[in-house]
Design a protein around this ligand. Structure first.
Ligand SMILES: [Zn+2]
Length: 359
């Protein structure tokens, strides 16, 4: 029996993150500062209380209320300076948590309230990531998100491709799943395919298998944002676990094709997609060797970090550093960086980092 890793070991271990929202990871003190500058009224005016308010609103069990918390973060991210600062702090916070590679996503169309252009928004965020990553050893790739209820996905897809050589590595769609199937945005996905670009789709979080099926088989997503409901297509074995489990055709396809699942345990518990960390399907999906990755989703709303997500899993499923390395290598293999760059991070940072901790 391997001793479970300490929090400090997990923090020191190199980690890779594929699913993190820029507007879900602000520092509470920064929200307070920026809100004062623009006159935005917050539900609580001091950082510790505000942090608590976010956690409670996000923990209410409803995806709708969870999404409401973003009104406040997005409201204070409407200027070049604010976007650049928030992005820089994001990179700094991830680096301090031992993240060596992160893909952070945001929706440019949500940051136009004071007259910035889509290009100015993207350039401010890219500059912020460069500021925050400087000298820390973290590499940050950006995903541009289009909102699934809106009608700008083609424009945002074109924007992502235009900035592909300066930090944007992929595209995503996010927002309310109910009533807004990904097939509404087929023209954007077809365009991205023709451009040989990469994208992920939020699917299989609040909604089940039809949403995952559409994202994969109609839209051709490279990865699934969440995708946790793929377990609806898995019949556990007689003991309730992976031994003797049977996969339906969609689950089998997802596993056979090594389609990455961007699982976000704490976020799923908050939105009600899983009852608890211990009951989260990540345990079964790991045992069945799906291409599972561990992610934060919204660090502010969930009061979390990569180290915290990993330590919750280590505790709930008795994972050691070997499993945490497996999740990390999975994430790096699934990143939207070019293959040689992924390999370099795995071989030069992740493997040596874990080897040192395992020695
Ligand atoms: Zn998300």
């Amino acid at each position: 029996m391997v001793a479970s890793p300490t929090y400090e070991e997990i923090r020191a271990a190199p980690k890779a993150l594929l699913h993190d929202h820029l507007d879900g990871g602000l520092r509470p003190a920064t929200i307070v500062e920026l809100a004062a500058e623009v006159g935005h009224e917050l539900p609580v005016a001091e950082p510790a209380g505000l942090q608590q308010w976010f956690a409670e609103a996000a923990g209410s069990g409803s995806l709708e209320r969870y999404l409401e918390t973003f009104v406040h973060t997005v409201s204070v991210m409407q200027t070049d300076r604010a976007l650049r600062l928030v992005a820089a702090e994001c990179a700094e916070d991830l680096a301090a948590d031992g993240v060596v590679y992160a893909e952070v996503r945001f929706a440019p169309e949500q940051h136009l309230a004071t007259g910035l252009s889509l290009e100015q928004v993207v350039e401010a965020v890219l500059a912020g990531f460069r500021d925050g990553a400087a000298g820390s050893g973290i590499r940050v790739g950006t995903l541009l998100t289009a909102m699934r209820h809106a009608a700008r996905s083609m424009e945002i897809a074109e924007l992502a491709v235009r900035y592909r050589d300066v930090g944007v590595v992929g595209f995503d769609i996010a927002g309310r799943e109910a009533g807004y199937p990904p097939t509404r945005h087929l023209d954007a996905f077809e365009y991205l395919h023709r451009e040989n670009f990469h994208f992920t789709i939020h699917a299989g979080e609040a909604f089940g298998l039809p949403s995952i099926w559409q994202a994969i088989q109609w839209c051709g997503a490279d990865r699934l944002g969440h995708g946790v409901r793929i377990v609806d297509d898995v019949t556990p074995g007689p003991g309730g676990g992976a031994a003797g489990a049977r996969l339906g055709r969609l689950a089998e396809y997802v596993r056979d094709k090594r389609i990455p699942l961007e699982l976000c345990p704490s976020s799923n518990v908050q939105t009600g997609a899983a009852a608890s960390i211990a009951e989260h399907p990540i345990g079964l999906l790991h045992d069945l060797r799906f291409r599972v990755t561990v992610n934060t989703d919204n660090r502010l709303m969930s009061g979390t970090s990569m180290s915290r997500e990993m330590s919750l899993l280590a505790e709930a499923f008795s994972y050691g550093l070997t499993e945490l390395q497996w999740f990390t290598v999975n994430a790096m293999k699934s990143s939207f960086l070019p293959f040689d760059e992924r390999l370099a991070i795995i071989n030069d940072m992740i493997k040596p980092g874990y080897a040192e901790l395992l020695a």
